[in-house]
Design a protein around this ligand. Structure first.
Ligand code: BG6
Length: 467
């Protein structure tokens, strides 16, 4: 295979604050929506209280990253560690923690690649004004972003604003939509989404003003959808599934306005968010420097006609919603499916990267891609995760192909650098290159064990690609 990865390609790996750090209320950190949700599910340890205990083990973990050969580490800063109540006092101990992490990464020649917001809104802002439902939240976020740029911008040259806004907006608990009556849910959701776009733009513009030359962009949950047949309606349905789940957000980030089909939807459902005239300039000025792609699977859609009971609007199926009048999600009989229902499709990644590049002509990086499953610690104390190696290998080959097609891809970061708290399945479902020896209800000693995939990825990095 011809290797198309450039010499300075970023072989990285990813995580997020609430999924690895633990220490959920240490050194002044405030509670987050992620903490609140985790505590609802379990009152023992499979939550954000300890997670992978990165907070206390960051040195050991970064040394493992060094041994792995990582060029970049993509992680997130917890807003509530920096500003515990979201919009009040800055917590110096939170700043100190991330300073230590960033400095130690740099000392070990690893580029810190920082996400500002990964599903963990300070809970105090929920209590104050239901978080993103309020326009004030966008300005609180801008202040938090400015605080981070000020504190870390001398060393952090690559930033991500929101992680997967386009997916989290559909997940009620992530958006703290606990008490919103169902008839108001879509209106509230649309307003929250808009405020998050505004916040994204405010942070991007602040970054440009405070840190000229630094790179900033969004991380999107990517969808790539095939039509269930060659009926024109199904082809349209597949397009609309991508449009409603991902592309409308990319259009907003890149061009500062909703595309026509999305405006039409918001208007027809009578849920168009409140905006202010001055927003237009803010949104239009904030074109990202790159797009970060989180990719796990592809989908299949067929046309779903509107009927009297469902003239227009969404039918919720958590993440994979169907939209009457547009699309319905189907199974793909041609793809293998993981234990957790993910349709594995490396070719989909090549298609998607080509598609985004044709549309937006921006450099891209993969910031999440990986296989979540239960790993078995064998008697010899090892994890033989050949299934994960196969998944990563095929997706890296797809990246190589996409680069050969002309796509500007500057990095690849598997999800995840170490086992972490899966958003829904705790430590039952693992993604890491490093095994964290704990169970959902037994913390054990939280030993770090390098999986077979760790050694395999180490070779990929050494060889700057697949052999
Ligand atoms: C992405 C998120 O959507 O998917 C991660 O950015 C998450 O935070 C990952 O962990 C895998 O999802 P899950 O539900 O298997 O943890």
């Amino acid at each position: 295979m011809t290797n198309y990865f450039s010499k300075d390609f970023w072989w990285g790996a990813s995580s997020s604050a609430f999924q690895v750090e633990g220490a959920w209320d240490e050194d002044g950190k405030g509670k987050t929506v992620a903490d609140y949700n985790a505590f609802q599910k379990s009152d023992v340890q499979a939550d954000t209280r300890v997670a992978s205990d990165f907070y206390h083990n960051y040195k050991e973990d970064i040394l493992l990253m060094k041994e792995l050969g990582l060029k970049a580490y993509r992680f997130s800063i917890s807003w509530a560690r920096i500003i515990p109540d979201g919009d009040g006092e800055v917590n110096q101990k939170g700043i100190d923690f991330y300073n230590n992490v960033i400095d130690f990464l740099i000392e070990n020649d690893i580029i810190p690649f920082v996400t500002l917001y990964h599903f963990d809104l300070p809970f105090a802002l929920v209590e104050k004004y239901n978080g993103w439902e309020s326009r004030d939240c966008a300005f609180a976020f801008e202040r938090f972003a400015r605080t981070c740029f000020e504190a870390f911008g001398d060393r952090v040259k690559h930033w991500q604003v929101h992680n997967e806004q386009n997916l989290m907006i559909r997940v009620n608990i992530r958006m703290n939509m606990y008490d919103v009556p169902s008839e108001q849910a879509e209106k509230v959701r649309a307003q929250m989404d808009y405020h998050m776009f505004l916040a994204h733009a405010l942070a991007t513009n602040a970054c440009r003003e405070m840190l000229p030359g630094v790179q900033i962009g969004p991380a999107v949950s990517s969808t790539m959808t095939y039509p269930s047949s060659n009926r024109p309606e199904d082809v349209w349905a597949a397009r609309m599934n991508d449009n409603f789940k991902t592309n409308y957000a990319l259009e907003m980030y890149c061009f500062g306005e909703y595309p026509g089909y999305y405006k039409e939807y918001l208007n027809k459902c009578d849920i168009y968010p409140e905006t202010k005239p001055e927003d237009e300039e803010i949104l239009k000025a904030s074109k990202p420097d790159y797009i970060a792609v989180n990719y796990y699977r592809t989908l299949v859609a067929s046309y779903l006609p509107a009927d009297e009971a469902h003239p227009f609007g969404t039918k919720k199926n958590d993440i994979d919603f169907d939209l009457y009048g547009y699309f319905k999600i189907e199974k793909n009989p041609n793809l293998e499916v993981t234990d957790y229902g993910i349709q594995v499709d490396p070719t989909g990644l090549r298609l998607l990267l080509n598609d985004y590049y044709e549309k937006y002509r921006l450099p891209m990086i993969i910031t999440e891609n990986g296989l979540g499953t239960g790993d078995q610690l064998t008697e010899d104390g090892k994890i033989h995760d050949d299934y994960r190696i196969e998944y990563l290998e095929n997706h890296i080959a797809a990246c190589n192909d996409a680069i050969s097609d002309g796509v500007e891809l500057f990095g690849y970061c598997p999800w995840s650098v170490m086992d972490l708290l899966s958003s829904r399945q705790g430590f039952m479902k693992r993604y890491g290159l490093v095994y964290i020896d704990r169970e959902d209800f037994d913390l054990k000693e939280l030993r770090r064990i390098k999986k077979d995939s760790f050694y395999w990825y180490q070779d990929v990095i050494k060889n700057n690609g697949l052999n």
